[in-house]
Design a protein around this ligand. Structure first.
Ligand code: PHE
Length: 346
């Protein structure tokens, strides 16, 4: 038995050393130390020995088991260490590689321009108000002197949202509706600007979009004259396009103003001489006028006591001019090569 024990010790050690994976080691453990292994049988055979023999052989059995277990555990620890270092190796990162800078976004050019326009008015003391994009016929048309059969509707007929029980709703065609809502909600004096999206039944081309943005301006007080309108326009045009800009006013018709004027600004490229940007030296910028007395009355203002001026500026138009963008549709195509050029502008 003692000889057998020695050979089992040698066989076991060899088997543990020979295992190349943890699985092989587990299998060797069963075959070397398991119940059915020669060692297991020797252990059980102790019972048939007399006491003196059992003491000698028993001590050796214990010593052999301890030796084999030590070898086994040492091998097991070696496998675990190897697995750990393999994991660490796989996770190794090269700290000397240059970092990947996350792409920064930028504000959309329309947002930039709208903010810039608003900023000019805020410096002048105007309040910023916002109207709903879904308007009713009265605010969008009737209160602005555009009755149901008025030809001015044809140009601007827009999208009528299908909302159950409402037949009078329209996507607003201009921010001028915000004039009406403001005057209805407060007594004079009024100094507001109202930015926002507007909708028209229009085919897009280089200078038109069916969805675009305006900034509306409205001033109502006692003694407001055309001179106030002109002075304000001049300040705004210079602030947006440069101090050397001049403005020019020409007659224009809008049902809600009297008189009405379209406003051009001298071309920033040729300074009024005429060039490829402007054609004749002037760039048409916006519609304006003195608030029609009937509009004031429609909102409950006394038109004998109060007068006012208003104008509405197209934000896309201003963006095209300021950034020399050749086609308005570029503003809505979401081409990152275009948009990324505005990184860091604001
Ligand atoms: N609402 C007009 C337009 O969209 C512009 C305008 C505003 C004209 C205010 C006069 C007064 O064309």
């Amino acid at each position: 038995m003692l000889e057998q024990l020695e050979s089992e010790l040698a066989r076991g050690r060899a088997a543990f050393e020979a295992a190349t994976t943890l699985e092989e080691l587990e299998a060797a453990q069963v075959s070397v130390l398991g119940r059915k292994s020669p060692f297991g049988q020797l252990q059980r055979g102790l019972g048939s020995l007399d006491e003196a023999q059992r003491r000698t052989v028993g001590a050796r059995v214990n010593a052999v088991r301890a030796a084999l277990t030590d070898t086994l555990e040492a091998r097991r620890a070696a496998f675990r260490d190897a697995a750990d270092s393999a994991l660490l190796e796989a996770d190794r990162i090269d700290l000397s590689l240059p970092g990947r800078r996350p792409r920064g976004g930028s504000l959309h050019p329309l947002t930039l321009v709208e903010r810039e326009v608003i900023e000019v008015f805020v410096r002048l003391g105007f309040r910023v108000v916002q109207g709903p994009e879904i308007e009713d016929d009265w605010h969008n048309f009737q209160a602005l002197n555009i009755p149901p059969d008025h030809p001015a509707r044809t140009m601007k007929d827009t999208i009528y949202p299908a909302i159950p029980g409402r037949t009078d709703l329209v996507l607003r065609t201009e921010t001028s509706a915000a004039q009406i809502r403001t005057m209805q909600s407060q007594p004079p004096p009024v100094h507001i600007v109202s930015p926002g999206r507007v909708y028209r039944r229009e085919t897009s081309d280089a200078t038109h979009l069916p969805v675009f943005h305006q900034v509306e301006c409205l001033v109502v007080d006692e003694g407001i004259t055309f001179a106030h309108l002109k002075g304000t326009l001049e300040i705004v045009a210079k602030a947006l396009f440069g101090q050397s800009r001049r403005i020019r006013l020409g007659p224009a018709y809008f049902p809600f103003v009297e008189p009405g004027a379209e406003v051009g600004v001298s071309c920033f490229k040729c300074d009024g001489a005429g060039c490829r940007v402007c054609g004749n030296g002037w760039i048409e910028l916006l519609g304006s006028g003195m608030v029609h007395p009937q509009v004031l009355e429609n909102c409950g203002y006394d038109s004998e006591r109060y007068t006012g001026f208003a104008f509405g500026m197209g934000v896309e138009r201003v963006a095209l001019l300021k950034y020399a963008i050749p086609d308005m549709r570029m503003l809505v195509e979401n081409d990152a090569r275009f948009l990324s050029q505005f990184e860091g502008v604001a």
